[in-house]
Write a new protein. Structure first.
Lengths: 393, 374
């Protein structure tokens, strides 16, 4: 198969042609600065407002609760740092989980250096946060709970409604990094009692460099980027207008197609998982089997190096990953896999495949065939496998 | 087409190595090995060393120009175990290690070669100015590059026959100037980096501070010999006495990891004549100082022997030996004195023979083998 097979949709997605088309006029025709006074700019402003409404609709929020940012990472940084600062008089304690994205974990580490105390809650073997531990961790000084909606590596969806209820009961703010879940699974910020939510357009077939932070009305959060009065004085800097328009269009399509897409992706995901489990020995699926993103497959093959597997898949024109793509292309054992209890050597043999709406059954079958061949070959050359088979006999 | 994995640093030598192999018809894959433990990117960027993040960016650009596939492979675990842990535990045992030799044998060759064979390559290649030759006796050895003023074979003596059989060193046939000219002609975006550093994972060269921090942060693996007896792990960090060869106390030292045999600077001692470190005694935490003429010796013993050009020693052999990287080499006779022990007797006494360093034997331009000075 000469064509590239893209199975890394959790890293980023292809921008939909409809999205590109919606964005294009905002480069060359509707290029006015939305803050200017003339009618030409008012048109641009209207475009932004429409996009904001479309994004808000995905999570059942009000338009005025959506603040556009430069992406999911900025939204996460903003939520955590601003809450720590604004609520410093109330307390200095944040609760999060051990399997957050580095945008949360590294921000927490930064805050810890500045006097904030952070509790990292354990997850069970499927990656689901331990709710009893979370509730026990609450102190009078706790100002924020931040737990991701769905995990980027193993696809596990957290009991967000339950966490929201706990936060509400104790009158603590609740933020969720929903970068992987936004537009993929149903989210309702009111029903789930979410106070803040981060999202990113390029994970839902939108453009890169645009995201948002949802901030529930009434929550005082200082601005994170200082300058002009854009985004109702909360996020300065001339708006990334084409990006915002693209985000809006991608959000609209994602919401419209969510059910149908999920059905298709689940079928491909399950085919992928079933064939791998049925046809390759010494393999395990990571993450929860039921509470799982429709697009995520994460498996660990014993006795092999994930890095070699990825490179050989690449030689077959198959784009896959071992987890997070955010570490300069090189692989450390994933903190998520270690947190769900995988030993180092098994975590090293892990592979993440995330399907998209454009993938086909043929592609999935071709990929499984290649994985089978490569895993067999790598095991033939693995001293660990040889020792294991000898002991077995 | 045979596949070759080229270890790329972004520097001129490995970049041209990749080009030469591609030109010779190999299916070339560029790889940069990530081996740092330290995730502080500032240190890495400033350092610009063989394995930092900037090396990745530089090598990626070169690979793009050469139109070859390029990957970053992670060897942090292997590097920690075989290089940094070894380095620290050697100093704690009052020896002066050579981390580059350990890195070459266990990381650059053993680990990279394994993974390269895994992905279907037949060889790994490097930008060393040296040659690999197969001798009439069927053995592989390393040959010094005649055009090189700077010898690159010393740190390679410990490679196994299997490793040599699967290694290519294409720039070894050229001079550095010729390689630079090829790079310029191709307009390769190669980085202008210092040729080498003392110790790549200690960017500020303060190795003693590095060791202290490493131990205090408890990073040394528990199975290392140095910390079998609990507090002994810290012994090398504790101040003790400088003594003279008569056993008299002549001052205080700041912990024996700070000293190496032959050292003169930084002793903080005034004796009317220049004093040198003659010996380190870890058990009594004493460092013996002596005058210039007392740090010479005409013999050494080596263990952990690796033979290259020969299968083993049969009686005595006249060779030239290098006892440290910067050593010019000295004539000597070697013979086997134990199952894994060689005695080396020099024609002329040599200055500062240092336990932990490698002794490497040559005949002409060929490497005979070598071992670790005990």
């Amino acid at each position: 198969m000469e064509k590239k097979i893209y199975l890394d949709n959790a890293a980023t997605t292809k921008t939909r042609p409809e999205v590109v088309e919606a964005m294009l006029p905002y480069f060359t025709e509707l290029y006015g600065n939305p803050s200017s006074i003339y009618e030409f700019s008012a048109q641009v402003k209207r475009g932004i407002d429409e996009a904001r409404a479309k994004v808000a609709k995905v999570i059942g929020a009000e338009s005025s609760e959506i603040f556009f940012t430069g992406g999911g990472t900025e939204a996460d940084n903003w939520a955590l740092k601003a809450v720590a600062e604004v609520y410093a008089s109330k307390g200095n304690h944040i609760i999060t989980s051990k399997i957050e994205h580095h945008a949360i974990l590294h921000t927490c580490e930064y805050l810890e250096k500045n006097g904030v105390e952070v509790t990292y809650i354990d997850v069970d073997e499927n990656g689901i946060i331990k709710l009893d531990q979370l509730e026990r961790a609450i102190r009078p000084t706790t100002i924020l709970i931040s737990v991701m909606f769905a995990n980027n590596e193993i696809g596990t969806i957290q009991p967000i409604k339950e966490i929201g209820a706990i936060a509400k009961k104790h009158d603590i703010l609740f933020h969720t990094d929903a970068v992987q879940a936004f537009g993929q699974v149903p989210i309702d910020v009111n029903e789930m009692n979410i106070d803040m939510l981060s999202a990113s357009a390029h994970k839902l077939n939108g453009p890169k460099g645009i995201g948002c932070l949802y901030i529930r009305k009434g929550i005082k959060l200082r601005s994170f980027i200082h300058g002009g009065g854009q985004e109702r004085k909360r996020r300065a800097g001339t708006e990334n207008v084409p990006g915002i328009i693209g985000f809006g269009k991608a959000a609209e399509i994602a919401l419209e197609t969510m059910e149908e897409r999920a059905r298709k992706e689940i079928r491909l995901r399950d085919l992928l998982m079933k064939r791998i489990l049925d046809e390759i020995p010494f393999v395990r699926v990571n993450g929860d089997k039921v509470r799982r993103l429709p697009n995520n497959v994460n498996v660990s093959f014993q006795f092999i190096e994930g890095e070699s597997l990825l490179i050989m898949l690449d030689m077959n024109n198959i784009c896959a990953s071992s987890g997070s793509a955010c570490t300069s292309g090189s692989l450390d054992p994933s903190h998520v896999l270690l947190a769900i209890g995988l030993p180092h050597e098994i975590a090293h043999g892990s592979l993440r495949l995330t399907v998209g709406h454009e993938n086909t059954e043929e592609e999935i079958n071709f990929t499984v065939d290649r994985i089978k061949e490569i895993v067999e070959k790598l095991r033939r050359m693995s001293p660990l496998y040889e020792d294991f088979m000898k002991k077995k006999q | 087409m045979e596949k070759v994995v080229v270890g790329m640093s972004g520097g001129v030598d490995s970049s041209v190595a990749a080009y030469l192999l591609k030109k010779a018809g190999y299916d070339v894959i560029g790889v940069t090995m990530q081996i740092w433990q330290d995730e502080d990117s500032c240190t890495i960027e400033e350092n610009g060393g063989c394995c930092g993040l900037s090396a990745v960016e530089d090598a990626r650009r070169v690979a793009a120009v050469l139109d070859i596939p390029y990957y970053v492979m992670n060897f942090k675990q292997e590097f920690k175990k075989h290089v940094i842990d070894y380095f620290v535990s050697e100093y704690l045992q009052a020896r002066t290690p050579n981390p580059c030799i350990a890195c070459n044998r266990f990381v650059k060759w053993e680990a990279l070669l394994k993974r390269s064979l895994d992905i279907g390559a037949s060889y790994i290649a490097t930008g060393h100015y040296a040659g690999i030759v197969k001798l009439p006796n069927g053995r592989y050895t390393i040959k010094k590059s005649v055009t090189q003023s700077k010898d690159q074979t010393y740190a390679l003596y410990n490679l196994t026959q299997f490793q040599l059989a699967h290694t290519l060193m294409p720039v070894g046939a050229y001079s550095k100037d010729e390689i630079r000219a090829i790079a310029a002609q191709l307009k390769l975006p190669v980085a202008n980096k210092p040729d080498s550093q003392e110790i790549c994972f200690v960017p500020d060269n303060d190795y003693a501070a590095f060791i202290e921090e490493y131990i205090r942060d408890n990073k040394l693996a528990d199975n290392e010999p140095a910390d079998k007896s609990g507090d002994k792990k810290y012994a090398g960090l504790l101040p003790g006495n400088f003594i003279n060869t008569a056993g008299e106390v002549i001052g205080r030292h700041k912990g024996y990891i700070h000293y190496t045999i032959g050292q003169r600077k930084g002793l903080g001692i005034a004796m009317g004549q220049p004093m040198f470190v003659k010996e380190i005694r870890p058990d009594s935490n004493e460092v013996v100082l002596a005058g210039a003429n007392e740090v010479f010796s005409d013999r050494l013993k080596a263990r952990n022997i690796n033979f290259m050009a020969i299968e083993g020693l049969d009686g005595e052999l006249e060779v030239e030996a290098k006892i440290r990287y910067s050593h010019k080499g000295a004539r000597c006779v070697i013979r086997q004195t134990g199952e894994d022990e060689i005695l080396c007797v020099f024609e002329e006494p040599q200055r500062a023979i240092t336990p932990g360093q490698a002794v490497v034997f040559y005949q002409g331009d060929y490497c005979i083998g070598g071992g670790t000075i005990v």
